[in-house]
Design a protein around this ligand. Structure first.
Ligand SMILES: NC(=O)c1ccc[n+]([C@@H]2O[C@H](COP(=O)([O-])OP(=O)(O)OC[C@H]3O[C@@H](n4cnc5c(N)ncnc54)[C@H](O)[C@@H]3O)[C@@H](O)[C@H]2O)c1
Length: 247
């Protein structure tokens, strides 16, 4: 559908779930894809990508550790010489009522969801500025910028921040032809059918389109946003939630 041949992309948190699907979909459209994650199993995703006939590289990296992120940047530039597409996907959503939430809980979520996005963007954006080309997509959520879910005050705060970060960065990067956008998914089933049926039914009742989201609902949107077909879109946080936040 979109031609990403010759492009080099990197997806954080790509060992499973939405990140894995984004990485595979980018590869399917012809991009070479670097996959990073704290989980060793990210190397299995790199193998799947190579089976699609493009290049890949798996790197273990905690997005909340700036040294590890800079090491990824070094290895990517050594092997691929450039990065065209950055998808800041890695994120955590540990549920906890606010009354029980500690400063340590708060910091953990901020460090992964917010600092991780900042570290990866900082590491690669100068190269994009120099080449006057770049596509950045950040994973936000409907929880924060649009609606909220219970027991996720820290998470919702980071995801609203990601929407603000996306807008502010898009403005500064526009002169360099770098598009910065975010996607805000609704409930996406990343468990491959492991969510109990009763719980799925309850969520689905709140979704006008009548089903849970799937990782490829998000991946297809990301691929559009990083394609040259979306060159005139920047600073946006685009909701993909089956109408969940409409009523
Ligand atoms: N699943 C949903 O319903 C949903 C909805 C809205 C937004 N999102 C967002 O989409 C993104 C992906 O979510 P998911 O549901 O696929 O999650 P997931 O838990 O299935 O996968 C997350 C991946 O990130 C990795 N990861 C976690 N902490 C990391 C760290 N510090 N450094 C590097 N990698 C790390 C994990 O190992 C895992 O492979 C997140 O940013 C999440 O907030 C998910």
């Amino acid at each position: 559908m979109f031609d990403l041949k010759g492009k080099v992309a990197l997806v954080t948190g790509a060992a499973r779930g939405i990140g894995k699907e984004i990485a595979l979909t980018l590869a399917f459209q012809g991009a070479d894809v670097i996959v990073t994650d704290i989980a060793e199993t990210v190397s299995d995703v790199a193998k799947e990508i190579e089976e699609l006939g493009v290049k890949s590289l798996a790197l273990k990296c905690d997005v909340s550790n700036q040294e590890e992120v800079l090491n990824v940047q070094k290895q990517v530039i050594e092997k691929f010489q450039k990065l065209d597409i950055l998808v800041n996907n890695a994120g955590i959503y540990p549920q906890k009522p606010f009354l029980e939430m500690t400063a340590a809980d708060w910091c953990t979520v901020m460090r992964v969801n917010q600092f991780g996005t900042f570290y990866f963007t900082k590491a690669f954006i100068q190269g994009m500025v120099d080449r006057k080309y770049g596509k950045i997509v950040n994973l936000s959520s409907i929880s924060g910028p649009v609606g909220v879910f219970p027991n996720l005050v820290h998470y919702s705060t980071t995801k609203a921040a990601i929407a603000g970060f996306t807008k502010a960065l898009a403005l500064e990067m526009a002169p360099y032809h770098i598009n910065v956008n975010a996607v805000a998914p609704g409930p996406i089933d990343v468990s491959a059918g492991q969510i109990p049926e009763a719980m799925t039914a309850q969520i689905v009742r709140a979704i006008p389109l009548g089903r849970m989201g799937k990782p490829d609902d998000v991946a297809n949107l990301v691929v559009f946003l990083v394609s040259d077909e979306a060159n005139f879109i920047t600073g946006q946080t685009i909701v993909s939630d089956g109408g969940y936040t409409l009523p």
